[in-house]
Ligand binder design. Sequence first.
Ligand code: UDX
Length: 471
Amino acid sequence: MVERNDSADNGPVAFLGDASMRIAVVGCGYVGLVTAACLAELGHEVVGVDDDTHKITLLSKGQIPIFESHLAELVAGNVKRGRLKFTRDIVPASQQAEVIFICVGTPPLENGEADLSAIDKVARAVANNCQTYKVVVEKSTVPVRTGHELERILRVYGARSGFTYDVVSNPEFLREGTAVEDFLHPDRIVIGAQSEKARAMLEELYRPILEQTFKCPVHRNCVERPKPRFLATDIASAELIKHASNSFLALKISYVNALADLCETFGADVTMVAEGMGADRRIGHAFLRPGIGFGGFCFPKDLQAFIRIAERGGHDFALLREAEKINLGRIDHFVEKLRSALWVIADKQIAVLGLSFKPNTDDIRFSPALAVVSRLLEHKAKVRVYDPKAMEKTKQAFPQLTYCRDAYEAASGSEALLLTTEWEDFRTLDWARIRESMGRALVLDGRNFLDAKELAALGFEYHSIGRPKLP
Ligand code: UDX
């Protein structure tokens, strides 16, 4: 791979030359859009496909419908360079592509299993309309054995036209907020394939990432980047790696949350316990932050789906059921802390800071912060909220809340302030000003994020998770 100077904008970009591939990415949600934009950035010719006309119109103009760090620049830049296009029509997009990434949604059904109808639809459309060889890649999070079913659908529907293909499982490990960075600098790239040809094609497609030879649009000048591991597996193992990883991380969070409760009972400090545990390299510090639990569109849904997958195979994955139960219990535990501090919650004005499921995103799906808000409403509290990015989305789900311009307005006159999402902005608030304006100087920090000593020194009654109350 060589680099060229793209005079159109933004300095040098990666150039794959003859190694560039024609790619279709079906489904332009978080995963699809990040995949499409990053592959275009590496120099591939990418077409994003989505049913949503409004979304396609927006994307074709180089605009994005979601908030995700660095994504807007990548989409705009590559649309402008002509390497990234968008369409509603899957037929020409898949006919022209060498590699087709399936990134459509697999939302949970009522029983917790993943709804795979969108994948089935894409597979039929591809098989019905393609005649030449394609590598069909499942990137959406799917139950193990989905690749097997996908292969069957492609075979059955493609039989008439003599369509040839290979199925690959290439799970994504993108976190919202850092998805572009995670895509370009992953720990590992997992390719589950049956055919050597398909595996080699995907290895070639990811070559700039595997070698870390592209011009990084995130860090601009970074040079010393660890190369990711390339893991070639069978399809079922690749599918399992995704569920197993997410569930293990969820397990870690539930473990530290259960420990936090123990620390509260025995007067210990969970921060110190987690620090001591994490210092062991076999355990590590990551995902040991206690709080009001994990949320978002991945962990809760994937954990449930994995439990159902195991059940279908005749296994009771009780360990994961317990992790889920602990997570659901976090909200009750937190609201009970508030009830015990206030005695009565009803009719009291409560400020809630943070609505998204984690900082640096406007995503409120399965947000623990909103679960807390719901519980406060059940208790008949008057809830005032503020979030740097997630207010608009929350308004649609909770029109009855008071939406404030900033944290100060939310705190003003409140009997308690709950910190539910750890946005960096909240750390540097003028807490003396907040103390002056509140009806009662009571803070419940659901993410152990604020400076406990500073708040106590200012005269706040400060509660957190798994640590002694101050003062
Ligand atoms: C996750 C996985 O990390 C990613 O690999 C996968 O592809 C999609 O799901 P994401 O949902 O974006 O990514 O968020 P993540 O940063 O992993 O956090 C998930 C939830 O766990 C958040 O609600 C977060 O607040 C919570 N969390 C995380 C904790 O409560 N404690 C921790 O120590 C870490």
